[in-house]
Design a binder for this molecule. Sequence first.
Ligand SMILES: *Cc1c(COP(=O)(O)O)cnc(C)c1O
Length: 433
Amino acid sequence: MKYYSLAGQAPVTDFRTATLQGQAPDKGLYFPSRIPVWGKGFLDSLPRLPADEMALQVMRPYVGDCIPESELHRIVHETLDFPIPLNEVCSGISCLELFHGPTLAFKDVGARFMSRCLGWFSRDNDRRTVVLVATSGDTGGAVAHGFHNVPGIEVVILYPSGKVSPVQEKQLTTLQGNINALEVSGDFDDCQRLVKTAFADADLRAKVALSSANSINVARWLPQQLYYLLSWQQWPHRPDPPVISVPSGNFGNLCAGMMAWKSGLPVAHFIAACNANDTVPRYLQGGGYHPGRAVATHSNAMDVANPSNFVRILELLGGDATACRTIMSACSMSDADTVDTIRRVHREHGYRLDPHGAVGLLALQRWIDDHPKDKGYFLGTAHPVKFPDCVETATGEPVPVPESVRQVLEGVKVSVPIPADYGALHAFLEKMG
Ligand SMILES: *Cc1c(COP(=O)(O)O)cnc(C)c1O
């Protein structure tokens, strides 16, 4: 498989180079030169395929000969090494629970796959690889956990000070060792801008082997399609295809699902469930693409004004808002709707949502209200314990704390505060070369 840059000014490359570079040298996102189409044999056997066998078949064309088959098998096995159940929440609506991994959010899947690929690619480097990543909350913990103690790799995480939850902050500041947490006085868009500036800094990159672990990295983005297949295996209404509601921020998760759909996975419709950060909903309604500033909400992992993966969706769908509207729609939920949904679903169905899942469920519910014959699921992207304040306010009772989280909360936070300007980041990174 070859990968090209969506900015159109960089050489075509393979999976290994695309993973190591993260972003293409022309600042574009890498995109696969073709999307594999699964044969009927694969689709028919899919409901009975063991998870790692399925994952190997889906990922192999994307990885090509950059990783030997036996190694890729080990990687996908470790990537899916926790339960991903599809549970019915209420009539016609299920939740694909992606929060049973080490940091209780779906980003564990992509982070685990990517860290193991990068570990393999760096195995006999004499220079250490510096993984640089901006997080709005969950990426940091998943990446920190995925890469902790991987030899030859140093991780630098930028997170917006005061804008991530206590569990999230502890997950990315307590591991230490090869994990460095930079606490930025600014918001997620500032963090993302600093990271982009570093990647575009040729002088710095000559001294430091930089790699990205954001959802733009193909090794993080592509394996996210695997759980859409796992959900199809569990979908009780086969052969009718589901409507899938994806709580969206940077749109990597949704775009991965669309890749699986392009390859042949049955999907009736995708819903991009957004919070008040509604750049894409406004675009699909015909209002043009006008990202503003990010707004802080209860579903803070989706507080993104200018979603970096949206260009990939446009590429995949061949172009414009009209092309998008047949397979996807997008909607925006307020914080009041979010809290109300958590309260109502807990009261009526005894199911405890997190704020991101709540946005996903409500978007799906509204769709089904308009299309009563449809059934679907939303992605449960995080465990409610990661957002205790909002969930406790809504349900009126404390969120039970899993043992793994209790241990994380007792850890000691170590972070390096920096201002939201590139000079400070540059100085920090230069020392790592
Ligand atoms: C990252 C994240 C999202 C948004 O996913 P994108 O791929 O950025 O759209 C949604 N919910 C949670 C809990 C997240 O951590």
